[in-house]
Design a protein around this ligand. Sequence first.
Ligand code: PEP
Ligand code: MN
Length: 372
Amino acid sequence: MLLILHPNIKDTDPAYVKTLAYLHQLSGVTVQHHQVSGQQQVLQEIYLLGSTHALSIDEIEALPAVEKVIRISEEYRILGRHKDLQRKTGFQYKGLNFDQNSLHIFAGLCAVDNPKHVEEMMIALKANGLECTRMGAYKPRTNPYAFQGHGKECLPWVFDLAGKYGIKVIAMEVTHESHMEEIDQALHDAGNPCGVIMQIGTRNTQNFELLKAIGKQSEYPALLKRGFGITLSESLNAAEYLASAGNSQVIFCLRGMKSEFGAPHRNMVDFAQVPTVKRLTRMPVCIDPSHSVGSRDVAPDGVLELCHATAQGVLAGANMVLVDFHPAPQKALVDGPQALTLNELDLFIKDMEIARKAYLARVAVWQRASDA
Ligand code: PEP
Ligand code: MN
């Protein structure tokens, strides 16, 4: 059972003390605290675990500190919606709102190669009014002899350039918990010019020790990629590992499934599940069209298949788009063939604006029908 307390209630508040005293005397019930910090308010949640079947919702709801009671299932205990469509979703980070109603475009380099390309990328982002980007410093590669990313060596100048061009948040994959410490140190040394979302790649979706390590801290939000060869439920449970370790600032990313049935796409595009993840959990949902489609093939209508797939995800309510761009894709050290070019950035943004407007219009149509 989940109890949501009145916003900003303090531990010293008599209503809080009285409520907790009551809960602690319940036999066979464990009381677990969870705090959700937003920009404006702190939400205290209390999980009652164990023999909660006999408890009456009305009785618990009548306790003075309690605003709302929800019966939860074991599945996705913290991140799950538990059929409550009104629950608060997402979180704030670096002044930006990441929830199930927002949309952020994270266009950037699959892999950081040199300062010139990073700077050109950031100039293009600023010129197009974007404040977020993706920058891969630690690259998990299939071939051990392939370029593995510049790692911590590139962090100082990547963060300096982010500060110079007003980039607020960078999505950066980490494959080991030491990478998080290196990022933390480099950000600190650079004077914290930007924020970082710790990206966990599809090859590490079930690296439970990495999930626990990232979950133990709450300074950096996490972006968890769906595992490319496991069920959706297994991937959502992986996200719950982060939350159960303490960090519920998690964005879930659909990036396609490994299957020959997806060919000629690199992966089988799975963006039809954007609304499914939003229904089952409170996580903002990201789509990665670059690693799903994996090419720059153009449809007969002149639109890149990658952009068609992105629009499909945005039309379905995606909250974030992680997409590969590169100033000179033929020179990119990783995934050049799927990268969009900088002069395609404004087209991409315009296209997404159209899809986003269409999504909002679709929601309004269905809303009107249900209000009638
Ligand atoms: C990436 O985003 O750079 C990446 C490697 O993605 P994925 O983990 O989805 O393959
Ligand atoms: Mn890549």
